[in-house]
Design a protein around this ligand. Structure first.
Ligand SMILES: [Zn+2]
Length: 273
């Protein structure tokens, strides 16, 4: 899937999950917690494609996500891609093909999602305020880039960077550390996982089960058969899936907040008295 679809799927997953928790497990969140979780999850759902490098010196290429903070994120993508290729080459078995590009390898595995979730929470726990600023800045930048791609394209990376900084500052100042910090990690990990699921329905699959060897291959690509795969950027993705993700997001937001608003104004329409 393309960047905006990945980001939307992350937002939809987090909002639907929050609604379900609220509805069935009575876990309620403040609007800020829901908003931050959604932004981080949308950002996390773009993050694995930070392994698609472009041409740093000419400021060209790279995935949507790599263009978030201009040349800086393009450089990060280069590092992530080479690192992933390193992990691939170091752990590949004889039957794994040789590769010269790290795209869809290490960042598209379950251990990476877990590492991302754990690392995010650990950073916030150890370094507090400044770590939260850094994490939210980076992830909400990715989310803005993915969710509002037309706007981000027109506004350019400077505006995206400034907007992310404002969101980060506001969040760090208002997010409680007890529940807020683990929430950041969980949202990042869930987003990453949703990205991998999204790639599994497109051609070629992802090595989601690394490092479990399957048929003497460490990097077994797993996904639905190519004949059934969703075409990247095709009608199913752009029209059907994006509409579905948007509807799920809006319904979840409605389910989460409409009852509270009605209650505040004593308009208890659900319960017949
Ligand atoms: Zn991907």
């Amino acid at each position: 899937m393309m960047g905006p679809s990945h980001a939307l799927s992350g937002a939809a997953a987090w909002l639907a999950g929050s609604w379900a928790l609220d509805q069935f497990a009575y876990v309620s969140q403040t609007p800020l917690e829901v908003a931050v979780g959604t932004a981080i999850c949308a950002g996390g759902a773009l993050l694995p494609d930070l392994d698609m490098s472009g041409k740093v010196t000419r400021n060209q290429g790279g995935a949507t996500v790599a263009r978030t903070f201009g040349v800086a994120s393009l450089f990060v993508a280069e590092v992530v891609e080479k690192f992933s290729l390193g992990v691939y080459t170091a752990t590949k078995l004889k039957r794994d093909p040789r590769r010269d590009n790290g795209h869809r390898t290490f960042t598209h595995t379950l251990p990476f999602c877990a590492l991302l979730a754990w690392g995010t929470t650990a950073l916030a726990d150890s370094y507090g305020y400044w770590a939260v600023i850094g994490i939210v800045f980076f992830m909400s930048g990715l989310a803005l880039r993915g969710l509002f791609d037309d706007w981000a394209e027109r506004a350019g990376w400077v505006i995206v960077t400034l907007s992310s900084a404002a969101i980060a500052w506001f969040t760090a100042a208002n997010l409680p550390s007890d529940r807020g910090y683990p929430l950041l990690g969980l949202a990042a990990g869930v987003g990453c996982f949703v990205h991998i699921l999204g790639d599994m329905i497109t051609k070629n699959g992802v090595p989601i089960l690394w490092p479990i060897p399957i048929r003497r291959r460490m990097w077994m690509m797993i996904g639905i058969p190519n004949s059934m795969a969703v075409k990247v950027g095709g009608k199913v993705e752009v029209v059907v899936l994006r509409t579905a993700f948007t509807v799920i997001s809006l319904l979840s937001i409605g389910g989460l907040f409409v009852p509270g608003v009605l209650e505040r104004f004593n308009l208890d329409v659900w319960a017949s008295k």
